[in-house]
Design a binder for this molecule. Structure first.
Ligand code: SAM
Length: 287
């Protein structure tokens, strides 16, 4: 059952607190999707109707489908992800293609694969600071034939190597992972203020280094899979004070998910809306 911290968050932020808490309790909000690396015309899976922000190369699969167990998966025809990850990454659609893209927090690789498919970068860097997570990342990139260079570097070191070079930077930040509950997974302490505060401080450190990667005119996509305002709107408010030149971008396809908890454009997905377990994103542009 959601604890007192989850109930407090629901009362403060959720548009429908009861529906949100029910989604957390039931743990059935995951919505499997497949990101096709080539065309999806040959898909053996039944589909759900697409969301407004869903690109044509993503298919939301109908309940009961098991795309992760199909031979096409092992052949690298697609990458499996939750629809809420698509919600976050689809902010990349419409950005300039080519150039250098750096994924600062890459493992196990979903956003890197998405960036490859949406942006066809000339150079794609997939960084993962935790060594033991590098194996799954490189395995997925290899299976999906994504031509990325991998790194295992702290964001500060990454920023030294690629300072000012990236047309697009992805920070899919480590977070308290509150949306795992909406998928039916255990995550003790996800709503505890001490945990949230420590995640927010780490997110600020990662972002401050990641801004250094941006080329003039470059874009930074920040996303999390958690609901806490302290890790979402408040982190970006902090970043905008520190880097006032960054401009938060309006995303018309995401408008129905616009957060009312910030004075700049940013977007929240709640688990009771049927588009996956939930998350947050904002897209910033360096002039
Ligand atoms: N982008 C990935 C995807 O779509 O598959 C998921 C990324 S996951 C939400 C966050 C990642 O950040 C984890 O792989 C974690 O190991 C990594 N991470 C943890 N601490 C970090 C830090 N201090 N700096 C950068 N990345 C960190």
């Amino acid at each position: 059952m959601p604890n007192k911290y989850a109930r407090k968050l629901a009362a403060k932020l959720a548009p429908d607190p009861d529906a949100f808490l029910t989604a957390l309790t039931e743990g059935k909000s995951a919505r499997p999707a497949v990101l096709w690396l080539g065309g999806s015309a040959e898909s053996p899976f039944a589909s759900l109707p697409p969301a407004p922000w869903q690109p044509e190369f993503v298919q939301a699969v109908a309940p009961g489908e098991r795309p992760g167990r199909h031979t096409l998966h092992d052949e690298g025809a697609y990458y499996c992800l939750d629809l809420s990850s698509v919600f976050e990454a689809s902010a990349l659609c419409g950005l300039p293609t080519g150039g250098t893209v750096v994924d600062v927090c890459a493992a196990p690789g979903g956003k890197t694969v998405f960036a490859h498919r949406a942006l066809t970068p000339e150079r794609l860097i997939a960084n993962e600071v935790i060594g033991k997570r590098l194996g799954p990342l490189t395995g997925n990139l290899k299976r999906c034939a994504v031509p990325a260079e991998t790194r295992c570097a702290d964001p500060a070191r990454l920023a030294e190597e690629f300072a000012g070079l990236a047309r697009v930077v992805l920070v899919d930040a480590p977070c308290s992972g509150q949306s795992l509950l909406a998928r039916g997974q255990d995550n003790p302490g996800a709503f505890h203020p001490v945990n949230i505060n420590s995640c927010a401080n780490r997110q600020k450190r990662i972002l401050a280094e990641s801004v250094r990667l941006l080329a003039p005119g470059g874009f930074l996509l920040y996303s999390t899979c958690t609901y806490a305002k302290e890790e979402n709107e408040d982190v970006i408010s902090w970043l905008r004070v520190r880097f006032p030149e960054l401009i938060a971008q309006e995303l018309p396809a995401h408008e129905m998910h616009r957060s009312p908890h910030a004075d700049f454009p940013c977007y929240r997905l709640w688990p009771e809306t049927g588009f996956g377990a939930g998350g947050f994103l904002t897209l910033l542009k360096q002039p």
